[in-house]
Design a protein around this ligand. Structure first.
Ligand code: FAD
Length: 413
């Protein structure tokens, strides 16, 4: 996710790291949001957080399904079926899920058949299936794994709608418009899940900190290798930023006064951040799916021709990163990331971002993500499909916050 955006476009405080150097400056170079307004209030109310590596209960690894042109949403005719693709949402799948589902189901609505097969039960498949049920379709999900065992639940789980979603040049202006449509639709839909028992979706106070004010990041250096010359993203600045388009609906950030904020760091910003509590939200979606009459079949597909055996004529294809293998789509590029989980702590109700690590206190545990510990920006994890946990990385990420809290006067005594 991308912490920079809260400042660039008033979006979320999402883990991002080095690209946060773009943070304070909007696309036209103007200072955005309410930067400069001092406020020591929110931070001073925080309960202390003293993480220890020996408290880690799980390390989860995920591959972001990144496509340079943005998610695949086109329609193909294969094995006698109309296949509507809905995959390749990079680091933004949770955030854009409802909007993307709405586009896919809109395409299905043009088909005469009222029965739909949805392939995949990650967050994209499940929201596509629910959207189709709400539109009156008869829906069956076919998937190898159901939501609790998909890559989706190995994510960070916060509002990060343009985190490694596309490359600016390859996606072009048409995708920017589509992105805005998806982001606005998703944001509005998520509001329906706020304030419910168990807090499936909620807002927490989130703080982005740095040891020095970030500098403005420039566009890609065209004298150096780029996606155009190599077929792979090569520079952080190639990744698209669309946050400014929706700053009218996303809470703006507040600057905490330099040197006087309770974190004891030179630079800090606060904003409310929307988060997804995977357990509560996942159960709610699955329950809603079954109550609305949806069916689930556990099945693995090996080639697109396997679709020929399905009774449905219309298929919404949501395999996430697995599209690389099962649909032979090498436009899907892996972007590795991992999260470490500590036991839930009900005294904490906030998120932090510092030195390439993010922490969010959630109902099902305290999530710590070393999203950019080596300060590579959006390049961290690009092209890396290694899906095994890296304990050393997890401990480094925990150490960032242990160190922050051991240094901060406000929490010592
Ligand atoms: C570290 C990390 C942090 C992230 N944080 C965030 C965040 O904070 N906010 C956000 O919005 N996004 C975040 N993301 C991105 C998000 O996790 C993904 O975009 C999203 O999970 C993609 O969901 P999906 O449903 O497309 O894929 P998946 O979750 O991979 O689901 C794919 C489904 O298809 C099924 N499937 C695949 N192949 C087959 C087959 N051959 N036969 C049958 N079934 C098949 C699978 O079993 C599964 O059910 C993060 C990603 C990472 C790696």
């Amino acid at each position: 996710m991308r912490r920079r955006q809260i400042f660039a476009g008033g979006i979320a405080l999402g883990a991002l790291g080095a690209p946060a150097v773009r943070a304070l400056v909007g696309p036209a170079g103007a200072v955005t949001g309410v930067a400069g307004v001092s406020d020591t209030g929110p931070g001073s109310r925080l309960a202390p957080f003293r993480p220890r590596a020996d408290q880690i209960t799980a390390i989860k690894v995920c591959l972001r399904p990144f496509r340079a042109a943005g998610p695949r949403l086109d329609v193909e005719h294969v094995a006698g079926k109309t296949v509507i693709h809905n995959y390749g949402h990079g680091g933004s799948g949770w955030s854009l899920s409802w909007g993307s589902a709405n586009i896919a189901v809109g395409k299905a609505a043009a088909m005469p058949d009222r029965r739909i097969a949805v392939i995949g039960c990650g967050i994209i498949g499940l929201t596509s299936a629910l959207t189709a049920l709400r539109a009156g379709f008869d829906v069956t999900i076919y998937a190898r794994d159901l939501l609790p065992h998909t890559r989706s639940v190995r994510a960070n789980g916060s509002w990060t709608p343009d985190s490694r979603i596309a490359l600016t040049a390859q996606a072009g202006p048409a995708f920017a418009d589509l992105w805005e449509q998806m982001a606005r639709y998703s944001w509005a839909t998520y509001r329906d899940y706020l304030g419910l028992p168990g807090n499936p979706i909620e807002f927490v106070d989130s703080y982005v900190m740095a040891d020095a004010p970030p500098e403005q990041e420039q566009g890609p250096d065209l004298a150096k290798p780029t996606y155009t010359t190599t077929g792979r993203p090569q520079q952080s600045a190639e990744f698209a930023q669309y946050g400014a388009r929706i700053r009218d609906i996303i809470p703006a950030e507040t600057a905490l006064a330099d040197g006087t904020n309770p974190f004891g760091v030179a630079w800090a910003r606060h904003a409310p951040l929307m988060i997804y509590n995977f357990g509560a939200y996942g159960h709610l979606l699955l329950e809603e799916f079954h109550q609305a009459g949806g069916r689930m079949v556990v099945r693995e597909f090996h080639t697109p021709a396997d679709l020929g055996a399905l009774p449905e004529k219309t298929v919404i294809n949501c395999p996430g990163y697995a599209a690389r293998d099962w649909w032979n789509d090498d436009s899907v590029i892996p972007v590795r990331g991992q999260t470490a989980w500590l036991p839930p702590d009900p005294t904490l109700h906030y998120g932090l971002d510092y030195r390439g690590a993010a922490m969010i206190a959630k109902s099902d545990g305290v999530m710590i993500q070393g999203y950019d510990l080596d300060r590579l920006g959006e390049m961290a994890g690009v092209g890396n499909s290694f899906e095994h946990p890296d304990r050393a990385e997890a401990e480094r990420a925990v150490g960032v916050f242990a160190d922050l809290f051991s240094r901060s006067q406000a929490w010592r005594g």
